[in-house]
Design a binder for this molecule. Sequence first.
Ligand code: PLP
Length: 448
Amino acid sequence: MTTGSHIERLRARLLGKTGAPRADADADAPPAVDRRVTVRPEHYDFAHFPEMREYANTRWYYDNQGFEWNMFREHVGVTSAEVEIDGRRMINFSSYNYLDLAGDPRVKEAAKRAIDDYGTSTGSGRIIVGEIPLFGEFERELADVLGVEAAVMGVSGWGTNAGAIGYLARKQDLILYDELVHNSMLTGAKISGARRFAFAHNDCDALDRLLSEHRGQYERVLILTEGVFSMDGDIPDVPRLIDIKRRHKALLMVDEAHSMGVIGPRGLGVVDHFGLNGADIDIHFSTLSKSFATIGGYVAGRNELVTMLKHYAPGIGLYIASPNPANAAAALEALRIMRAEPERARNVVAIADYFRERAQAAGLDIGPSHASAVVPVMIAESETALWLAARLFDNGVFAFPMIFPVVPRNAARLRFFLNTAHTRGHVDRTIALLAQLKASAPPAKGLF
Ligand SMILES: Cc1ncc(COP(=O)(O)O)c(C=O)c1O
């Protein structure tokens, strides 16, 4: 158990020995330089920032409950269907190495070759002297797979997503986003300065109404959604979204972080899943940290879109170094394997379907998850989710608890990422254990 004595000291300092907030919270504050101005410690001393109070409370809760601290766990080897932590072999549902390519010898070899050819960094932004043939090769093959004109690869998924949205929308524009889209989309929307409205999750009627009411007052309108939602594992009605965006002359952007490489008969994402044309979606985005077995992100679509992002978008083409050669080589090799071995995608969805079926048979609530490799088991109370994750871990199963603020209050869950290497044995053992633990979970005390 992590006792974290510095955490106890921090908590005592912030909250006092009784745990009650101290009335004299700033009594030990040094006098301000200008005596007419009182600057409170929470405005200049990190240890007094409310965020640290939150952190201290969380650590205290874990220690108080006898839970091992579950964040920043170190592992050895590759994270696949199993992972080694603290010398123990665990069944792993916490990494999104969906196609099991992160340790694939062909992907590793390609990355090593790129290091031999180009070193560990290009030492520059692409636009200056950071360009290497691998970037273009990956982008052309990706555009071909998606059925679009062009693609641009960026350094991180989060940054490429936020950078593209932040660049494409302006003050005079409107962004309508599904209430459950990823933080990288929300951040991009915020930095864009555009007017923003959320629509209820997957509610196309609500989106249509918002557009009917507001479209006329704005110039560009962006609609943001995901191919597979990362916390719920469900898929939006993309054909309907395409119809709506066409009628209202808006632009549709789909974040395919959890759908590319996984859904569709060939595993090639929403275009493949719904039998669409690549051009039906204006802005294709995905991270490279999941099915592509590396890190980075891409945006794909029309030539003009990609030209603008490459030449002008901060965080994609400007003010940022080029992607790493080894990452581009790994992504390119993963893409080629994805195309050549579509059974990987079929296997990961099949084992996720099996997980869903067994979970439901055991009376577990899997929310709206379907046809994807993300399966939540809904728990509701954060404390119960933390308790279950800790007990699963003790029993050799690593599934991460998702609690507020990552999901709404009272919507805590355990999230299971399935991997093409998971077996029915892994699933059977996990479901049996989880059902048994859930039945014996202590009632939540309202401590967290
Ligand atoms: C839906 C979604 N979009 C974007 C990202 C950001 O990608 P990355 O973590 O590779 O930067 C993530 C990451 O987890 C994600 O789940």
